[in-house]
Design a protein around this ligand. Structure first.
Ligand code: HEC
Length: 369
């Protein structure tokens, strides 16, 4: 045992004499976590005093990302309630999604079904979708069958289902059989028209076309577009509109989701014609470092997104929505770079010609300060 470890160990033993988890002060908590982590699951699980310390640390970190890390690291069973708590609190964060995956792995569908009937159900649907795990499909589908259910929940369920090919296929089937409620039709259309599975996307364009009044005519020539009057303020509204979704992937001055490149200074980088091309044909020139990868795991799960780190034993992938998933390299069956950009083609179809012109104006005002 090296010197650091010894000191940490001594601090830890001093710390476990504390009366209750609530009284552990933050500095000491960090030391305890470090000491336990250094000792590792084997030593800790073999020693009742250390197990007691772990229990206290767990209680003190409840509801936080650290709790999830500890449960994962020490392979603790029976922590589903605590994990679910983090998942509901952070449904779009790495920690929340990791927590949800641990609950799914524990294979207790009844626990999840009960939570889906609770008040936090929309957040639960969101985090279930973010796991991109096909096992969530049968858990979520019944909610769409109940037309009287809460609209916020039903919409969250549609968004969650659209995150796996199996779920998207089910949504499409419901649309085809005219069993999709009118409250969720619009969201389903927006989601399915933007999925990466081309056959699903093509059928969605026919079954759930973008609402009338949008842009179904061929665009006027670029020179003509660029001469039209434009309104940057309205362009900003279009940018953040749900059905257009630029803000779901690009931040502008800190607003929006951090997934694709930030566009806060895009007006200094690209002229309006190049901006237009990025929107009409994203796959024509994929920005370096933003190539899409699909990764197939040995258990059959599929991940899709941008590679954010590629270490010797671990790959981290950021999915649309910004959630990062870390997988062990030994769990990967296959990985392949996609020829297509993660940015969906056809976004111009979700807006009128005037809105497209306004959007270009807004983007071109985003200059280096
Ligand atoms: C699903 C996520 C997603 C959505 C939605 C999306 N984008 Fe993108 N976008 C990306 C990614 C990823 C890249 C980088 C890869 C590439 O260049 O294709 C990108 C690239 C771009 C670029 C080029 C950036 C550069 O630095 O060269 C522009 C401009 C852009 N997007 C604008 C938009 C606009 C405007 C919208 C809304 C109409 C939009 N994007 C919607 C993911 C998205």
């Amino acid at each position: 045992m090296n010197c650091m470890k010894l000191r940490a160990f001594a601090a830890l033993l001093a710390a476990i004499t504390l009366v209750s988890a609530q009284t552990i002060e933050p500095g000491r908590l960090a030391t305890m976590i470090e000491a336990l982590t250094r000792l590792g699951p084997e030593k800790v699980n073999a020693n009742p005093k250390l197990q007691e310390a772990l229990g206290k640390v767990l209680a003190a970190t409840r509801g936080t990302p650290q709790f999830v890390k500890l449960v994962e690291e020490f392979q603790m069973k029976g922590q589903n309630a605590g994990l679910l708590e983090v998942a509901l609190k952070l449904p779009a964060d790495e920690a929340g999604v990791a927590a949800m995956r641990l609950v799914l792995a524990a294979n207790e569908p009844k626990l999840i079904a009960a939570a889906l009937a609770g008040t936090n159900a929309p957040a639960l649907a969101q985090v279930l979708g973010n796991t991109a795990d096909k096992r969530v499909v049968p858990l979520l589908l019944p909610i769409l069958a109940d037309a009287k259910g809460e609209a916020a929940l039903r919409k969250a369920v549609v968004r969650a289902l659209a995150q796996t090919q199996e779920g998207a296929t089910e949504l499409l089937r419901l649309a085809r059989e005219e069993k999709l409620g009118s409250d969720v039709k619009f969201v389903a259309g927006a989601e399915l028209n933007a999925v990466r599975w081309l056959a699903i996307k093509a059928e969605a364009a026919k079954l759930l076309p973008p609402p009338a009044g949008q842009n179904d005519k061929p665009l006027p020539p670029v020179a003509e577009l660029l001469k039209m009057k434009s309104d940057a303020k309205n362009g900003e509204t279009v940018y953040f509109r749900e059905s257009v979704g630029c803000g779901k992937c690009h931040q502008v001055n800190g607003k929006g989701t951090d997934f694709g490149p930030a566009l806060s200074e895009i007006g200094s980088k690209l002229g309006k014609d190049a901006l237009l091309e990025s929107i009409l044909d994203p796959s024509a020139g994929v920005s370096f470092g933003y190539e899409a990868w699909s990764v197939e795991l040995k258990n059959g799960d599929e991940l899709f997104g941008l590679v954010v780190s590629d270490a010797a034993d671990e790959l981290a992938l950021k999915a649309v929505g910004g959630v990062v998933t870390r997988v062990k390299k030994s769990d990967i069956a296959k990985r392949a770079q996609s020829k297509l950009s993660v940015m969906p083609a056809g976004l111009a179809q979700t807006m009128t010609v005037q809105e497209l012109v306004d959007l270009l104006e807004f983007l071109s005002t985003l200059k280096k300060k």
